[in-house]
Design a protein around this ligand. Structure first.
Ligand code: ADP
Length: 949
């Protein structure tokens, strides 16, 4: 028995030990389990904490598409609490109805296909807020597997702001682009080799070449060869910084010549010259019509063809958001980093590796700053500083980050301070690679910038309005053209306010009819500046359409054409004046003076003329009185200026005040500006044209030119007047000259008739001699007149033959000795004077004229000498007398027709004033010269030359 009991006890002991062991085992495994559970919870907390700290909304979906988690950012983004969302299907609550392309029940199968496809990509979508308002989001999805189950983790970022900014930028870019393309002018750019790198398609309208046919070819190929030099010089000046436009001719595809005007400016990129950009206007039509009146138009900007292509691409990307965003972020979901307080990386998500090229583990312990662009580092430091100081507010920043391959990426990061969160104890960084988007944005911005600067810097005023005429945009040239300081003063006002009331209905009408036409139209308007002054503007307005081609407003380009208008008015007034001219020169001069007053809007304009030592003035202030003789000549400004011999125009500032004050008409009127122009006839000042203004003004070149033109007209009238006067004198003198021999003739014939028979032979011979002399004198006069008439009609001919000059002179001197008694005639001929080609009869006449004059103007008993000097190329003949001589002022005039030094009314010597005129004609017809010199010891020397052949 005892044996059995001990056996049982041993077994019991054994079982107990076994139980204890198992108990202990159980206990330790329970501990383990508890520990494991604890750890698991902690990990879960970490995840939650990270998800909650993220600034992006994070949603976790199960395989059926029901929400099983939403973080705090998600609650505020969707405007619903976690309780409201969790457990409900995504489609019921957060997806806008039109995007619910598959029913709730079908989610698992679609999700399998679609979501798998979306994994690792970033998409744009529309989400729904609680209030029913849709907003755009950027979504990235990743999948997490737990045993058999799959969870989808969706991170959403509200991109409303960005979308709006993008939209605005795109609109603005489109607006400027349309603006540029709506301009009728041609925009071009040349590369440094002078080849077209871009030309706007509008070129086809003017040159018939398409843009493609031009791009890549040197500009020299299209320019008229005669204008090349000038154009090159123009470009040269442009590079030197001058921006004046220049005109030249181009040859179009059909070989026709076009006139164009271009303004260009150098294009720089990064400080380096990359070519020239310009704006080209076809001015052929204008050229023909109003060449000299047309004003400068058009400046330029740059447009490089590659850039336009880039822009196109950017546009395409924008339009097609899917393609755009695919290229924007290639399969890049966000990355998450946890940083220590010293900004070293403690943990990084695997996506970070894909984006930056570094394996996450390799980056642990390294500073986040290591790969940040040095220029951005300080900004990053400041951002972290803010994060550390203010843990409540997450901070976002965009930085440049170096990829492992050395290239720079743009990262958009949001940092949250979770240092106090026991589960995290670090700074959580959500980062997204936005390199492509940034680049596209930069391109778009650059292109917008280009278009904007093109419009902004255009020298023409460019105004953009909506269809009702409200100003939406005005460039700087427009602001200053209308006399404003800032664009804001014009913006949103109606464009009609810039037009004078009389022209508003025309503008309204034009705006009303424009939508049907569409093409640009040029019209002239009287426009208003801010200060109320008016000016004439040429307005080219065209309809402005949006991307779909719907009219949304007007673009108008305005140019100040006041100068042209004024010039037209001037021309009209001048024409009227010319048409009103009559036959009386002084009256015509008065008309010119008054026309000058009207055209130049002068306060006083007057004309003073010298006649027979007196000064006669016609003043616009006393127009009714006509020309008035001035009593105190010395006081008159005209006289003062004339006697000072001012040959050029003089202005008030150049005249001393006391001179101005002496003139009774000027004194006390407060004239401050003056313009003086002399009128001269054959080199002598005969009058003065004088303009005075009360305001202090600089006379423009146009005004000076107009005055000069009127002066020219007055000069012609003065010449006519002088001619008429001399003609009158001539008639007086001629009748006087004829009367004398005719009286002699009739006296002697009467004597012969009544006493002829009883007279002795001697007396009869004397009478006949006197009759002969008188007839000779008349016939000499008639011959002189005939010769003058021949000269006038250009029928004065020479019959030349080789003649010995010496013997011709000696023979004429012998004749004079016979003809004229009381004077001594001598010839002095150098040895071997040769033969010359000449008309001996004419040269004989010439010698007689000079010797007759020598006799006429020297006292009886004096000598007349003729000297012949043979030269190498010519012979010089001089006729010398001891007479009264000639004052130097008259030396040239004595060779004019009808000119006599002595005034007609005294006429003490016989003669018609024709002798020296004919003498000069004869000499000049032989190719020689004739002039007068004073003779030493008193008297005159008349010299003439004849060339040897
Ligand atoms: P006319 O002698 O018929 O008046 P001319 O044409 O011959 O015309 O001469 C023009 C003027 O030139 C004369 O009126 C006279 O005043 C001046 N003249 C010409 N020859 C002389 C001279 N030898 N000495 C002085 N005066 C002269």
């Amino acid at each position: 028995m005892a044996g059995k009991t001990s056996k049982d006890a041993a077994r019991l002991k054994q079982e107990l030990a076994e139980l204890r062991r198992r108990e202990a085992e159980l206990e330790s495994s329970e501990n383990l389990y508890r520990r494991l559970a604890e750890e698991l919870r902690r990990e879960d907390d970490l995840f939650r904490s990270m998800a909650d700290s993220a600034n992006d909304a994070v949603l976790v979906l199960d395989e059926q598409g029901s929400v099983i988690y939403v973080n705090r950012a998600g609650e505020s983004l969707f405007g619903q609490s976690a309780d409201e969302v969790i457990g409900r299907h995504l489609h019921e609550t957060l997806i806008a109805e039109r995007f619910r392309d598959h029913p709730v029940g079908a989610f698992p199968s679609h999700a399998a296909a679609d979501i798998e496809d979306m994994l690792g990509t970033v998409r744009e979508s529309q989400m729904l807020g609680k209030d029913g308002v849709e907003f755009p989001v950027e979504v990235s999805i990743s999948a997490a597997r737990s045993g058999e189950r799959t969870y989808y983790i969706t991170s959403c970022r509200d991109i409303t702001q960005r979308k709006r900014a993008e939209e605005e930028l795109r609109e603005s870019q489109q607006r400027y682009r349309d603006l540029v393309e709506n301009l009728n002018d041609v925009i071009f750019t040349l590369d440094p080799m002078g080849r077209f790198s871009y030309i706007s398609p509008t070129v086809e309208r003017i040159s018939k070449y398409t843009a493609e046919e031009i791009v890549g070819h040197p500009f020299t190929r299209f320019v008229h060869p005669d204008d090349l030099q000038g154009l090159l010089a123009g470009f040269e000046r442009t590079l030197g910084g001058e921006l004046e436009p220049y005109e030249f001719r181009v040859i179009d595809k059909d070989g026709e010549i076009l006139n164009v005007r271009t303004s260009s400016r150098p294009l720089y990129k990064d400080g380096e010259l990359i070519g020239l950009g310009g704006l080209m206007t076809n001015i052929s039509k204008r050229k023909r019509a109003e060449d000299e009146l047309e004003r400068y138009r058009g400046d330029l900007e740059k447009l490089v063809v590659e850039r336009t292509e880039e822009l196109e691409q950017a546009n395409v990307r924008l339009r097609d958001s899917e393609r755009y965003y695919r290229s924007l972020i290639r399969n890049a979901p966000d990355m998450i980093d946890i940083l220590n307080e010293d900004l070293t990386i403690r943990w990084a998500s695997t996506s970070a590796g894909r984006i930056t090229g570094y394996r996450p583990e390799d980056s642990y312990g390294k500073s986040i700053l290591d790969n940040i662009h040095p220029e951005d580092a300080s900004e990053v430091m400041e951002m972290f500083d803010r994060v550390l100081k203010d843990p409540e507010t997450p901070q976002s920043i965009t930085v440049r980050y170096r990829h492992k391959d050395g290239s720079w990426q743009y990262h958009e990061a949001i940092a949250s301070n979770r240092l106090e969160d026991p589960a995290v104890q670090g700074i959580v960084l959500n980062t997204r690679d936005i390199t492509d988007r940034k680049r596209a944005e930069q391109e778009l911005r650059a292109s917008e910038e280009r278009y904007r600067s093109l419009v902004e810097t255009s020298p023409d005023s460019i105004i953009l309005t909506d269809l009702s005429g409200a100003v939406l945009m005005v460039n700087q040239s427009g602001v200053s053209l209308f006399g404003y300081a800032r664009a804001e003063e014009i913006l949103y006002r109606n464009v009609l306010e810039l037009i004078t009331p009389e022209y508003r209905s025309k503008a309204t009408e034009s705006m009303r009819t424009k939508p049907e036409e569409g093409t640009a139209r040029k019209e002239e308007y009287s426009l208003l500046r801010k200060d109320g002054t008016r000016f004439f503007g040429e307005v080219t307005a065209a309809l402005f359409r949006n991307v779909e081609g719907r009219p949304i407003g007007f673009i108008s380009i305005t140019r100040d054409v006041s100068d042209r208008k004024r010039a037209e008015q001037r021309l009209r007034k001048l024409n009227e004046c010319f048409l009103s001219l009559g036959t009386d020169p002084p009256e015509n001069i008065q008309r010119f003076v008054l026309a000058g007053r009207d055209i130049l809007e002068a306060d006083l304009i007057r004309y003073g003329r010298m006649e027979k030592g007196g000064l006669y003035v016609f003043s616009s202030l006393r127009a009714d009185e006509g020309f008035q003789k001035i009593a105190n000549v010395e006081d008159c400004l005209c006289y003062h200026l004339m006697s000072k011999g001012a040959g050029e125009s003089v202005t008030c500032k150049e005249i001393e005040t006391q001179v101005l004050e002496r003139d009774p008409e000027i004194r006390g009127h407060g004239f401050r500006s003056c313009l003086y122009l002399p009128i001269s006839l054959h080199g002598e000042h005969v009058g003065c044209f004088n303009l005075l203004d009360r305001e202090d003004k600089e006379y423009t070149q146009v005004e000076i030119d107009t005055m000069a033109m009127l002066c020219k007209a007055i000069e012609i009238e003065e010449e006519r007047y002088a001619f008429n006067e001399s003609l009158r004198d001539f008639v007086d003198i001629a009748s006087h000259e004829l009367r004398h021999p005719v009286a002699l003739l009739s006296g002697y014939t009467e004597t012969l008739e009544s006493h002829g028979a009883e007279s002795d032979e001697l007396t009869r011979q004397e009478i006949i001699g006197a009759i002969k002399q008188s007839t000779e004198r008349i016939s000499r006069m008639v011959m002189g007149l005939v010769n003058v008439s021949l000269v006038e009609r250009e029928r004065f001919h020479l019959y030349k033959r080789r003649t010995e000059i010496a013997s011709l002179v000696e023979q004429t001197v012998r004749e004079m000795r016979v003809k004229v008694q009381g004077w001594g005639f001598f010839a002095e001929v150098s040895e071997g004077s040769g033969e010359y080609e000449m008309d001996p009869d004419r040269i004989h006449d010439l010698l007689v004229i000079l010797m007759d004059n020598a006799v006429k103007y020297s006292p009886e008993g004096s000598d007349v000498e003729v000297v012949v000097e043979d030269g190498e190329r010519e012979v010089t003949v001089s006729v010398l007398d001891r007479g009264i001589g000639i004052r130097s002022g008259n030396r040239e005039k004595i060779f004019e027709r009808f000119y006599q030094v002595e005034e007609a009314q005294y006429h003490s010597k016989p003669g018609l004033g024709l002798g020296l005129f004919l003498a000069r004609q004869i000499v000049e017809a032989h190719g020689g010269r004739i002039w007068h010199e004073d003779r030493k010891g008193g008297g005159s020397v008349f010299r003439f030359t004849l060339p040897r052949s």
